[in-house]
Design a protein around this ligand. Structure first.
Ligand code: NDP
Ligand code: 2IT
Length: 445
């Protein structure tokens, strides 16, 4: 490894010893930038890496709210404004009990490079709270969102920082947060994306991450002389990303055969009934076991076993580190051809290494799941201009963006990766070069 990269990583480990996820992402990114760094000695002179790994700003605050029994509860929330070199900070809000600063810093750093790949002027940010929306009433979720926004509003803005959804945050939560923002500030602006269609949301945003993931996967398979048509697909998760990835995979001629949630998974050899799954997850907010019951299928406890289900293409779409080495080994044993990451950093380092060693095509999250934030970018543009794109226009733009990201990442893989299909290194290099260039141009920032 390049000495400069190594020094920066060592210093980062000393300073952030307890931030495992952040260090994991930083190591993955920086260790793939050897060639980039050697070709740009000015980066070291200008302390580019030291600046890149340090968030511009971290905001932490308490969120007090009252539950249905009248008890006052407190959660911890954050917004990490990681890098604003190429545009307003942009990235989702996550509501999940596991949320902590390490996870949000890793997500914000990944987001910075992802957003650079989209070609839209968006910096990188991420936020969230250790609040679990599961089992909460509508009123509790609303009061929580309102309380959170009562602090967050002062730190965000259409040209400052534009949050969106992520795990546990969908259209309902965005609506509650947006309503509170507007009440406090007294002005309509495109301060959040993923809004409802009746108040400035963008057609196709809900579907964008999952659809984009399939467009990227299709481009990657096409490049290798193959396609999604006729493939068996396994998807982990059954949230926003997984549902629409399953839908698009089916439209492209594949058969999604298995999906999961954090409790377990189901296998449907006839192909997942997407409408039923959407109803269970989006409307009824029930567990995936309901799908098995209603279809008379067996339900498998535990989410990990899903990687044992034979498939040609695996799309991990739930959460970080959900695809460990064992999972990768099971996939390879059953002949998987491609793994494309819908979630952020779903594959562990050794899982990625094993997949590459076994010639499995691997699409890294920051490229493959960039469709969601890309359409968020379109939503920002739409709000700024007071216009609305049609579903067809959005889909065409999303398709073009994902194909362009594949082309960019593929070219960068040839230049900077260990092989022409080292798309992980390609995505890191292409994203980093754009951010680094903007930072250098702006001086000591
Ligand atoms: P959702 O909240 O809609 O769905 C999350 C899904 O993952 C649920 O099925 C959930 O199961 C499961 N899950 C969550 N945590 C765990 C866990 N610790 N172990 C096992 N399963 C888990 O979130 P999204 O679909 O929006 O996000 C999924 C992933 O995609 C995340 O990594 C997110 O960062 C990433 N992403 C999202 C984008 C978006 O536009 N929404 C854009 C790009 C990336 P359960 O309900 O049981 O908790
Ligand atoms: O990880 C992600 O890219 C997202 N959660 C979407 C971010 C956004 O601003 O739309």
């Amino acid at each position: 490894m390049n000495k400069y990269v190594q020094n920066v990583l060592e210093s980062l480990e000393r300073k952030n010893a307890h931030e495992a996820e952040f260090l994991q992402a930083a190591e993955e990114i920086l260790s793939s930038l050897d060639k980039v760094i050697s070709m740009h000695p000015e980066y070291e002179q200008q302390s580019l890496l030291e600046r890149f790994v340090e968030p511009e700003r971290v905001i932490q605050f308490r969120v007090p709210w009252v539950d249905d029994s009248g008890k006052l509860r407190v959660n911890r929330a954050f917004r990490v404004q990681f890098n604003g070199a190429i545009g307003p900070y942009k990235g989702g809000m996550r509501f999940h009990p596991s949320v902590n600063l390490s996870t949000l810093k890793f997500l914000a750093m990944e987001q910075t490079l992802k957003n650079a790949l989209t070609g839209i002027a968006m910096g990188g940010g991420k936020g969230g709270a250790d609040f679990d929306p599961h089992g909460k009433s509508e009123g509790e979720v609303m009061r929580f969102c309102q309380s959170l926004m009562t602090e967050l509003y002062r730190h965000i803005g259409a040209n400052i920082d534009v949050p969106a959804g992520d795990i546990g945050v969908g259209a309902r939560e965005i609506g509650f947060m947006f309503g509170q923002y507007k009440r406090i500030v007294g002005e309509y602006s495109g301060v959040l994306t993923g809004k409802g269609l009746s108040y400035g949301g963008c057609l196709g945003r809900k579907e964008a991450t999952g659809y984009g993931l399939c467009y990227f996967t299709e481009a990657m398979l096409n490049h290798a002389g193959d396609s999604l048509k006729g493939k068996r697909v396994v998807l982990s998760g059954s949230g926003n990303v997984a549902l629409y990835a399953a839908q698009k995979a089916k439209e492209l001629g594949a058969t999604p055969v298995a999906m999961s949630d954090s409790q377990g998974f189901v296998v449907d050899e006839n192909g997942i009934d997407i409408e039923l799954m959407k109803d269970i997850k989006e409307n009824r907010r029930e567990r995936i076991s309901a799908y098995a019951h209603e279809k008379g299928l067996s339900y498998h406890e535990g989410s990990q076993g899903i990687w044992e289900v034979p498939c040609d293409v695996a799309l991990p779409c739930a959460t970080q580190n959900e695809l460990p080495l064992n999972g990768a080994k099971a996939l390879v044993k059953n002949g998987v051809k491609a793994v494309a990451e819908g979630a952020n950093m779903p594959s562990t380092k050794d899982a990625v290494h094993y997949l590459k060693q076994n010639n499995v095509l691997f699409a890294p999250a920051k490229a493959a799941n960039a469709g969601g934030v890309s359409v968020s970018g379109l939503e920002m543009g739409q709000n700024a201009q007071f216009v609305a794109f049609t579903q067809k226009e959005v889909d065409a733009k999303l398709h073009a963006i994902m194909e362009n990201i594949f082309a960019t990442v593929s070219k960068a893989a040839s230049l900077y990766g260990s092989s022409p299909t080292d798309y992980a290194a390609g995505a890191n290099a292409a994203g980093f070069l754009k951010v680094a260039d903007a930072m250098l141009a702006q001086g000591c920032v």
